[in-house]
Design a protein around this ligand. Sequence first.
Ligand SMILES: [Zn+2]
Length: 154
Amino acid sequence: MLKIGDIVLVERKAESHERGWRNTWEKGMDSVVGKTGVVIRYNKLHRNVHIKVDGNIDGYGYPDFVLRKFKHAAGMRITKIKRAGGRSGLKIYAEVSGAHGKNYLVGYFRRNNFRGWQCTCKNFFFDAFKKNRNCKHIKLVRAETGRYGGGVPE
Ligand SMILES: [Zn+2]
């Protein structure tokens, strides 16, 4: 059950009035799929949720059934997560907002000669990668999405 202050991922688009949602899906909402927001208002009867995305109050209402509750551990939170395509071998792409307002990029790569997670933080870059370990940002993304990123929006 959602409550004010929860961090939620917008997992997918919805059909207008889908599953009893008393609202319509607008074009402007498409770009929020794959991002996380903070719940600021929830009308359970209408299944309609207002969220704050990128620090701004988004004017749209989202249906509760496309929102997945995310944890936020120790001041970190995932702000964006997507499946990536193309030839780079990048399969999952996430942005994590860390302590001190810093943002880190986390990715899961699958290439012929490399398969695994990468993060742009210093700890991973200079230490954890060498020791074949994951940093706390990668651990957070994996904890939310599963080892191979099941349930990550397209
Ligand atoms: Zn990291």
